[in-house]
Write a protein that binds this ligand. Structure first.
Ligand code: 13P
Length: 351
């Protein structure tokens, strides 16, 4: 590698390490306009540019939670351009709290031809130009989410290698473009927990997906030192009759990650994927208790960090303080879990 390239990787590595700093994790607040509308509908709140801004401003102004527990925030295109009510750019609020702004850059999923039921994430066209613009707006890292489903019943055709490869290739193309533009890529291959599969099937598919992703990252020249992996945990599908204990989830998740994720990767920041708040925290905690691990292991939660504050806020300005307390509590619980220091008792004391 040339010296200039080495310096670039060193800078990316520094940002990646800051994203997974001990005790802290990432707030995924990058819901698309459609997804945030669904969340607001459930609360009976109208989704407008202003209400979305008010809600997210409430989170970013949770000074204590942001400063202590949130290393970075993933934003959506609309949000990275928005100003707080007093005219301060939301990006500046995040920076002032000592957190890093990031941006979702994928354009969502489309059906994959000839593979009914499977999807591929789009958004590579024009991506370099968008990254340059986002960098100027303050983004230090980016996110791209690939989605892999697991077939229902005994349908072994899903996932297909065609879907895994297409998605892994797109993730690697995205990650290489990000690094070339000095932005740390969050590489997110999400194996969904929607099906009726058991935990072993989830672990098996996750292993296949991660092996393929790291092979594609290698072929595209991605420096593992300058990225963060955002995987799912190994969990049973929501419609599976079988449950798994916290210990089993931690054990099976770690077995897959140790077999697939090189130690050069600075950090792993899990998605919550539909787990309850407390489950997502308990699992992260158990995984970190099983350390020492080759990488820092933290959270990059969307739903599992926001469900409680959303409920408390419910679109009312007079609820802002209560919503910020709810967010602060969840962030602190997850912060403790990054060190394996969470206890279920702490949840009950707060309730
Ligand atoms: P969840 O934690 O709600 O899965 O969201 C994380 C995320 O960013 C999904 O892309």
């Amino acid at each position: 590698m040339q010296l200039a390239e080495l310096n670039k990787v060193e800078a990316l590595n520094k940002t990646a390490l800051a994203m997974v700093a001990p005790g802290r994790g990432i707030l995924a607040a990058d819901e698309s306009t459609g997804t945030i509308k669904k969340r607001f509908d459930a609360l009976g709140v109208e989704s407008t540019a202003d209400s979305r801004r008010d809600y997210r401003e409430m989170l970013f102004r949770s000074a204590d939670a942001m400063a202590k527990y949130i290393s970075g925030v993933i934003l959506y295109d609309e949000t990275i351009r928005q100003n707080a009510k007093d005219g301060t750019p939301l990006v500046k609020l995040i920076e002032k709290a000592g957190s890093l702004p990031g941006i979702k850059v994928d354009k969502g999923t489309k059906p994959l031809p000839f593979r009914p039921g499977e999807v591929v994430t789009e958004g590579l066209d024009g991506l370099r130009e968008r990254l340059v613009e986002y960098r100027a707006l303050g983004a230090k890292f980016a996110k791209w989410r690939a989605v892999i489903d697991i077939g229902r019943g005994s349908d072994a055709a899903i996932p297909s290698y065609a879907a895994i490869l297409a998605n892994a290739h797109a993730l690697a193309r995205y990650a290489a473009l990000c690094q070339d533009e000095g932005i740390v890529p969050i590489v997110e291959p999400e194996v969904l927990m929607d099906g009726d599969h058991d935990i072993d099937r989830c672990a098996e598919v996750t292993e296949w997906v991660l092996k393929t992703v790291f092979e594609q990252l290698y072929y595209q020249g991605v420096a593992l030192e300058g990225m963060v992996l955002k995987p799912n945990m190994a969990v049973p599908g929501k419609k599976s009759g079988k449950r798994a204990s916290v210990e089993e989830v931690a054990d099976k998740t770690l077995r897959v990650l140790k077999a697939c994720v090189p130690a050069a990767v600075p950090g792993i920041a899990f998605l919550s994927g539909g787990q309850s708040d407390e489950e997502a925290t308990a699992h992260l905690d158990a995984i970190n208790r099983a350390g020492p691990l080759p990488w820092r292991v933290t959270f990059s939660y969307g739903r599992a960090l926001q469900a409680a504050p959303q409920q408390a806020w419910s679109g009312k300005p007079e609820n802002v303080a209560a919503a910020q307390r709810a967010f602060g509590h969840r962030a602190m619980m997850n912060g403790l879990a990054t060190a394996g220091q969470w206890k279920a008792d702490l949840e009950r004391k707060a309730a």
